[in-house]
Design a protein around this ligand. Structure first.
Ligand code: FMN
Length: 162
């Protein structure tokens, strides 16, 4: 069994695209962080999702994760998420509250529409102080939709994962 996991949260499917590309390239396992209460992935309902996400953020909520994440089985964990309100979705805080990443190598990546990583890679370092956090990869939404294979591969080479 591979000791590398690509773990991701994605509502519109673009972070999922990037996750799948990373898993293909690195021959890693892949797992979605599933919210206990699913988010509406219909893009025509964006305003509702934006409102909900803002409320979760402003109230410092910890949306529940439905599935068990077998963190202990892996040495290297990629962690992917979209940018929501200039940071990561609050469910990522739930992940760090529930699981211990000490001793692991964590590799963040994210999708966005202009905010880059929004400082979230620093937050990952803060929330997992005993993990080794490698340089992450922000992928703009339309590039993520097209499949940014070349850039992903370049990044994986730069951080010596392929
Ligand atoms: C609720 C919400 C808030 C967002 N906030 C930001 C933001 O602050 N900065 C940004 O660049 N993109 C923002 N976006 C755009 C998403 O990061 C972008 O659509 C991303 O590709 C979605 O990833 P997914 O397809 O994996 O769900 C936001 C999207 C949503 C739905």
């Amino acid at each position: 069994m591979s000791k590398t996991l690509v773990l991701y949260f994605s509502v519109y499917g673009t972070a999922k695209n990037v996750a799948e590309e990373i898993a293909r390239r690195t021959d890693a396992d892949i797992l979605e962080i599933e919210p206990a209460v699913p988010y509406d992935s219909d893009r025509s309902h964006y305003n509702d999702l934006a409102k909900l996400a803002k409320k979760e953020h402003d109230e410092d909520q910890r949306p529940a994760i439905k599935n068990v994440i077998p963190v202990e089985k892996y040495d290297t964990i990629y962690l992917g998420y979209p940018m929501w309100w200039y940071t990561f979705p609050m469910i990522i805080y739930t992940l760090f509250d529930q699981y211990d990443f000490s001793g692991k190598t964590l590799i963040p990546f994210n999708t966005h529409m202009g905010s880059g990583d929004g400082g979230t890679y620093k937050t990952v370092k803060r929330l997992a102080p005993n993990a080794t956090v490698l340089e992450g990869l922000p992928v703009e939404m339309t590039q993520a939709e097209r499949g940014d294979a070349e850039r992903i591969n370049k990044w994986l080479k730069a951080i010596k994962q392929v």
